[in-house]
Design a protein around this ligand. Sequence first.
Ligand SMILES: *[C@@H]1O[C@H](CO)[C@@H](O)[C@H](O)[C@H]1NC(C)=O
Ligand SMILES: *[C@@H]1O[C@H](CO)[C@@H](O)[C@H](O)[C@H]1NC(C)=O
Length: 193
Amino acid sequence: MATRITLLKFPSPFIILFFFLAFAATDNPFGSSKPIRSAIGKHKEKLSHLRFFWHDIVSGPNPTVVQIASAPSTRNSSTFFGSLSMIDDPLTEGPDLSSKLLGRAQGFYASASQQEVGLLMAMNFAFIEGKYNGSTISIMGRNTVFSSVREMPVIGGSGLFRFARGYALAKTNMFDLKTGDAIIEYNVFVMHY
Ligand SMILES: *[C@@H]1O[C@H](CO)[C@@H](O)[C@H](O)[C@H]1NC(C)=O
Ligand SMILES: *[C@@H]1O[C@H](CO)[C@@H](O)[C@H](O)[C@H]1NC(C)=O
């Protein structure tokens, strides 16, 4: 009787340890996995609202957008279908280009709709101001430029915007039909850590 009690009392912690190690070892056969908590530290996910103005400058001596490709039929298309433009557009605090520079929108937009002016936007907001200096937000979405508000997904980010997800709302502040110059207000709502 005394021997049996001894056997039950002592091996049990070792059995628990054995099962713990067995499960830990088979957790991810392809590599290592970390609990989400340790990957993001003690930080909590937060929602940030960023507001700025995006300047697409077509005219003048220093354009910030250049057309890099088009199809032979693009010039016949009322929606510029097939046109592809590269941008390095200033992002400022206010609608005036001389207001504080917060960063630049770098990437491209392409006319992807035959029925209306609908752009595929693929761009990174590269911030240079304050705590966001060096951090980026990546946007990939559809922009029907003549709609009053266009929504585009935030598909990721870097720096302070690691693990970013969210959306951007774009609203035209100024559009010069003659030159093509545009000032667009962006409100970005982004979840990050
Ligand atoms: C563009 O339209 C003109 C006039 O209708 C036509 O002659 C020409 O073939 C068209 N070009 C293309 C590439 O579709
Ligand atoms: C942003 O970071 C760069 C590189 O680290 C630095 O040179 C620059 O002065 C910073 N700008 C601001 C506004 O802090």
